[in-house]
Design a protein around this ligand. Structure first.
Ligand code: ADP
Ligand code: XUL
Length: 525
């Protein structure tokens, strides 16, 4: 391609699809998004998801994501975005969720006509209309079966990077095989949300990448092949339905003729494997060794780069999608932004008021501690709201200004406690890099700085995952062997958003000990 080049990064996240386009100097030239709840109300999602009557089954309609992509691309076209300059596309999806393509779907995907939308052509191509997503917590019995088949929780963690977790794709697939055999048998391909998204651009089934593939309890993370024992335990002929996994940097194909004809992408435009949102966020933040990434989206996630894959029962090990270090250690909390938002709506009405109310109570909240699990939490496995006074006695309610501080302090004490269990060490060189929707909130960042006892940094573009997609697309098109650091070397350093307040560790360290005991109490209730 001659002249100016663009790279696109698409983030198929929980609540929306976000898009960032950068030029060859990685300067952002276009941004867009489509929000599922408000732009596509016909699908009836809340926070991008549908919670079923049992409260633990959580899905999202696969066709909604297709329609959202139609809408986003149409929006870009109507705003005059020049698709002919796009050299490469990559991106990510919310992790663990799976899409079930019906027998015959590949043929439809490969022959889409530009006079119709993708939605019109693909809406009936799914053997399961409702895709399980990462918020699902309905596979407790399948976890026991998988762990038993592999030789226990620790052995599964050693092999695949994680013990059994309810949202992990392997047990989700096992549940579908056991409870909806017809759908399983009628499925020709199972994609992750990431590889499903790449498939829409390619017009063919895109492979699963090693990074997102690590969130399935199916991939042998050291040998980078499907673990046959895990496949056998989860469903017959599963390897055929999944296809071979590939390195995250793989060019998986060119854009489809549908994309070229409808939007004007060059036919040579490359599609680079999509990966998990957390891995892509890491690529967008381009961290240095020792950085602690705190992502504040629908979920809260803390992740760090790791040299080795030590098996642990807490947290997860994923293969790094940028090859900066071999692995990423991650801990995920289901009750993140949406839980804070509920408290904000109930007690303050706006984020501005929420921040003002926070200042009415001192750090440490006069000893009050709150634990807010609107959804069944991942660790500990518990649900409900639990408030304790300074004597560790359970109380029914807190005054609004106490509630506002309690939700933040409770959440970030938990983030710190579990990240330490997952191998996090905080030293004088450490810094937290915050990203995701809530990283726009300075008051929240200050609480993180004070609880983690270290400075918090942010980047110019809070949507690090979409940006990571752009950088990864560029990286994959550079000469073989180019390290990822070469792609991101000219980028501005993250800026310091706040420093920790000296002396507050005297408040938060004892509070961490109390939090730990109270959480144990909650888990046993
Ligand atoms: P996802 O990528 O999972 O869809 P985002 O990273 O876009 O999510 O984050 C969306 C969340 O950001 C919203 O649910 C909202 O609660 C939160 N958010 C947005 N602005 C603020 C703010 N000023 N203060 C706190 N939280 C905010
Ligand atoms: C990570 C996880 C979530 C989703 C949605 O393990 O489940 O962070 O990726 O962001």
């Amino acid at each position: 391609m001659e002249g100016e080049k663009y790279y696109l990064g698409f983030d198929f996240s929980t609540q929306q699809i976000k898009l960032i386009a950068v030029d060859d100097n990685l300067k952002v030239v276009f941004e867009g998004h489509v929000k599922f709840d408000t732009d596509l109300p016909e699908f009836g999602t809340s926070g991008g998801a549908c919670v079923h009557d049992d409260k633990v089954t959580v899905t999202a309609p696969a066709a909604m994501w297709v329609k959202a992509l139609d809408m986003l691309l149409d929006q870009m076209k109507s705003e005059g975005f020049d698709f002919s300059k796009v050299a490469g596309i990559s991106g990510d999806g919310q992790q663990h969720g799976s899409v079930y393509w019906k027998k015959g779907a590949r043929n439809v995907l490969g022959n889409m006509q530009p006079d119709k939308s993708m939605y019109e052509q693909l809406k009936d191509c799914f053997s399961l209309k409702d895709s399980p997503i990462w918020q699902d917590a309905s596979t407790g019995s399948q976890i026991i079966q998988l762990q038993d088949a592999i030789g226990g929780a620790m052995e599964l963690a050693r092999l695949t990077g994680s013990r059994g977790f309810e949202r992990y794709t392997g047990t989700q697939i096992m549940k579908i095989y056991q409870t909806n055999r017809e759908a399983y048998d009628n499925t020709e391909r199972i994609s992750l949300i990431s590889s499903f998204a790449a498939s829409l651009f390619m017009g063919d089934y895109a492979p699963i990448d090693f990074g997102d593939g690590s969130g399935m309890n199916l991939l042998d993370i050291r040998n980078k092949v499907w673990a046959s024992k895990c496949l056998e335990a989860c469903g017959p002929c599963l390897g055929d339905k999944l296809g071979e996994p590939v390195p995250s940097k793989t060019v998986v194909g060119n854009v489809s003729s549908y994309m070229s004809r409808k939007y004007g992408f060059p036919s040579t435009c490359k599609v680079v494997a999509f990966t998990g949102d957390n891995m892509c966020s890491l690529a967008g933040l381009a961290p240095r060794k020792g950085d602690i990434m705190v992502s504040l989206g629908s979920s809260d996630d803390v992740f760090i780069l790791l040299n080795g894959a030590k098996a642990r029962l807490s947290g997860h090990v994923f293969i790094d999608a940028t090859d900066t270090l071999p692995f990423v250690g991650l801990i995920c909390f289901k009750n993140g932004s949406l839980t804070r938002e509920n408290v904000m709506n109930r007690c303050a009405g706006s984020w501005k008021k929420f921040d003002e109310m926070l200042l009415k109570t001192p750090p440490g909240n006069n000893g009050n501690i709150g634990i807010y699990f609107d959804k069944k939490e991942i660790q500990p496995v518990a649900m409900g709201t639990f408030r304790f006074n300074e004597n560790d006695e359970r109380v029914e309610s807190f005054p609004p200004e106490v509630e506002v501080r309690a939700v933040l302090e409770g959440q970030f004490l938990a983030r710190l406690m579990y990240a330490k269990l997952c191998g996090l060490q905080i030293g004088p060189e450490s810094r937290v890099i915050a990203t995701g929707g809530a990283s726009a909130n300075q008051a929240i960042l200050q609480i993180i700085a004070d609880i983690f006892n270290t400075s918090v940094y942010i980047t110019d573009v809070p949507n690090s995952a979409a940006l990571g997609g752009c950088y990864r697309a560029k990286h994959a098109l550079m000469p073989e062997g180019t390290p990822y650091s070469e792609v991101v070397k000219g980028l501005p350093e993250p800026t310091c958003a706040c420093k920790h307040t000296p002396g507050l560790e005297k408040v938060y360290m004892p509070m961490l000990e109390r939090y730990k005991k109270l959480e144990e109490k909650v888990a046993a209730m």
